[in-house]
Design a protein around this ligand. Structure first.
Ligand code: UTP
Length: 282
């Protein structure tokens, strides 16, 4: 039912400068896989095979990553190194990718609006690749959200409890818990101060949005930091209908920050080592 996933990937990634001066933040690797590939794999396990990516200047390597590299593949053909490309080849075989450019970085809401041309008039997922998420019991976060969408058919944002002194980094929701871990949102505020924050339930980088969000975004004025905020558009959607907050099952790594990036690197490196040491030696 949700067929497309939008990846806003046009931001400058200033917290990773100088690494991100000429290289997209989304291509930074956790161990040996770029962040955006983890995101695409999460979308695939939710049954989504059409990827729509909002890029900007200096982001060409994202397009190249999800394309065949004939010279490289010819070079390593018949060697064990072919295995390194197996996952990304599988992605290329199963998914289609389309791209559009955000010309001015006017915020996440603006990036999502820029993606309208790739999405059209249907509900869609949004995945911010710098939030690296591991699901629970083999079920990814987006897959959990698609199931909730099938029941409620409205926009859904993934939420997580954060430390009170961290609320000013996030959109924060207020709402009534209508089912275990599912909140009917009554209010939302972007990057509130600790005093202003209604709760410590923060929105993280996974959304399912109904397409009426586009006309709302068209009329959304710049908000916090002079940017068009998806939080403001979602609040409008709440007033017109219903938006849910879903406390996802699993773990999120904030790979848009150095600390989260290093934490994810350490955890994934250990996991990779454990699984390779349990494999028979070739
Ligand atoms: P962030 O604010 O975390 O990313 O936006 P950033 O601006 O790239 O990073 P810093 O703060 O300068 O280090 C969240 C997501 O929204 C996208 C970003 O690419 C990121 O995936 N985004 C943000 C856009 O695509 N366009 C924008 O105008 C703003």
């Amino acid at each position: 039912m949700i067929k497309k996933c939008l990846f806003p990937a046009a931001g400058y990634g200033t917290r990773f400068l100088p690494a991100t001066k000429a290289m997209p933040k989304e291509m930074l690797p956790i161990v040996n896989k770029p962040l955006i590939q983890y995101g695409v794999e999460e979308a695939m396990s939710a049954g989504i095979f059409t990827m729509a990516i909002v890029t900007g200047r200096g982001k060409r390597s994202i397009e190249d990553h999800f394309d065949i590299s004939y010279e490289l593949e010819h070079q390593i053909k018949g060697t064990k190194k072919e295995d390194y490309l197996a996952d990304v080849r599988d992605i290329i075989d199963k998914c289609t990718f389309s791209y559009t450019r955000q010309v001015e970085m006017n915020g996440l809401g603006h990036a999502i609006l820029t993606g309208e041309t790739l999405i059209g008039n249907e509900p869609f997922a949004v995945l911010l690749a710098d939030d690296l998420c591991e699901g629970s019991g083999g079920v990814g976060v987006l897959e959990q959200m698609v199931k909730i969408y099938e029941k409620y058919r409205c926009s859904i944002v993934a939420i997580e409890e954060v430390e009170r002194d961290e609320v000013d980094k996030y959109g924060v929701i207020e709402g009534k818990e209508i089912e275990d871990g599912i909140y009917m949102i009554s209010s939302m505020v972007e990057k509130p101060s600790i005093e202003e924050a209604p709760t410590n339930l923060a929105v993280i980088g996974r959304y399912i949005l109904t397409p009426d969000i586009f006309s709302i975004l068209q009329n959304t004025k710049p908000g916090k930091n002079g940017e068009i905020q998806i939080t403001d558009a979602l609040l409008e959607q709440c007033k017109k209908g219903m938006v849910l907050g879903y406390k996802f099952k699993g773990k999120r790594y904030d790979c848009g920050s150095i600390d989260g990036f290093i934490e994810a690197t350490n955890v994934f490196y250990k996991k990779q080592n454990q699984s390779s040491s349990s494999e028979p030696k070739k």
